[in-house]
Write a protein that binds this ligand. Structure first.
Ligand code: SF4
Length: 300
């Protein structure tokens, strides 16, 4: 089977920095080290870090998770935490280490600055992801999370000063649609598109490659926002089937029915050896002539 290795793919600078920080902490202290949530959203990386002695505290809410830690070092993950979490860690006497990606920090700073200038901020993001939780904590009550066009329509903001921004790892195209909807309701809204360069470049490359392949495999974990969005943009804009796989074992041979060329990409938190194994497996397959390809999956 012919494989198109889509580039760029895999680790971004924020993930690499988070690993460096976690490694340094682990090597420099004898006290218990915990990560408050997955350091980066990949199951293999998380298991690896746990094997190296970094314990995982993984609550749906960071503040609640912090209450289960009474001593030692706590690492704030690449997706960032709210100021309330930082303050609580200090109150509890924990040694806090911040591995927040610099691109996420920039969004925190932006929201803080906008709120300081009297703005209400409409924030396009995904409910339940740690990044919105952290960013919204910068200006409680002043940051309004929207996920859909309906959310934008329903939103009540009584302020002449409105700004719109977004989570760093969303789909470039879906976010534009929501930002446009905000602009229709609040024409004077200040727009700050905060999708990070790593996310944008991976999505653009995947959509471009989709034109020349029959199917795309995205190697990444189900909790990885940017990995899920890669599959979505291939299906929606590239018009090709796309499957998210956390490992080689999740690949279903039935997907390759009628397929001759496969694009492979991976999320920003996916170890390259996993992607390499997937590429080698697909390269070893015989091009199939068993009929039409499977229908694309529904977006995750
Ligand atoms: Fe930072 Fe973007 Fe990587 Fe997330 S995907 S860690 S925001 S560079």
């Amino acid at each position: 089977m012919e494989v198109v290795k889509i580039t760029p793919r895999g680790y971004c600078h924020g993930v690499v920095d988070a690993f460096r920080i976690a490694k340094r902490v682990r090597e420099s202290t004898g006290e218990p080290v915990r990560m408050l949530g997955q350091l980066v959203h990949n199951t293999h990386v998380t298991a690896d870090l746990q094997e190296q002695g970094i314990q995982l505290v993984d609550p749906p809410n960071r503040l609640a998770g912090l209450e289960t830690i009474d001593a030692g070092t706590v690492i704030f993950t690449a997706h960032g935490v709210s100021p309330q979490v930082k303050q609580r860690a200090a109150e509890k006497g924990l040694t806090a280490v911040d591995a927040t990606c610099s691109d996420v920090v920039r969004t925190h700073d932006l929201v803080k600055e906008l709120a300081g200038r009297g703005y209400d901020v409409i924030y396009v993001g995904r409910q339940g992801h740690p990044e919105p939780e952290g960013v919204m904590g910068e200006a409680p009550g002043r940051v309004h999370l929207v996920q859909t066009l309906e959310d934008v329509e329903r939103l009540e903001v009584d302020n002449e000063r409105v700004a719109v921004t977004c989570q760093t790892t969303l789909s470039v195209w879906d976010t534009e649609e929501l930002i446009e909807a905000v602009k229709r309701r609040w024409p004077a809204a200040e727009v700050h598109n905060e999708i990070c360069r790593a996310t944008q470049e991976r999505q653009e490359a995947a959509v471009a490659a989709a034109r020349d392949v029959d199917m795309v495999l995205v190697v990444g974990s189900p909790r990885s926002s940017n990995s899920n969005r890669l599959g979505e943009v291939v299906r929606k804009l590239g018009g090709k089937p796309a499957y998210l796989v956390d490992s080689l074992e999740e690949i279903d041979p039935a997907w390759f029915r009628g397929i001759g060329r496969v694009g492979v990409t991976s999320g920003a938190s996916t170890p390259s050896q996993l992607t390499r194994r997937v590429i080698e497996y697909v390269e070893g397959l015989e091009p199939s002539s068993l009929g039409p390809p499977e229908a694309p999956e529904d977006p995750a």
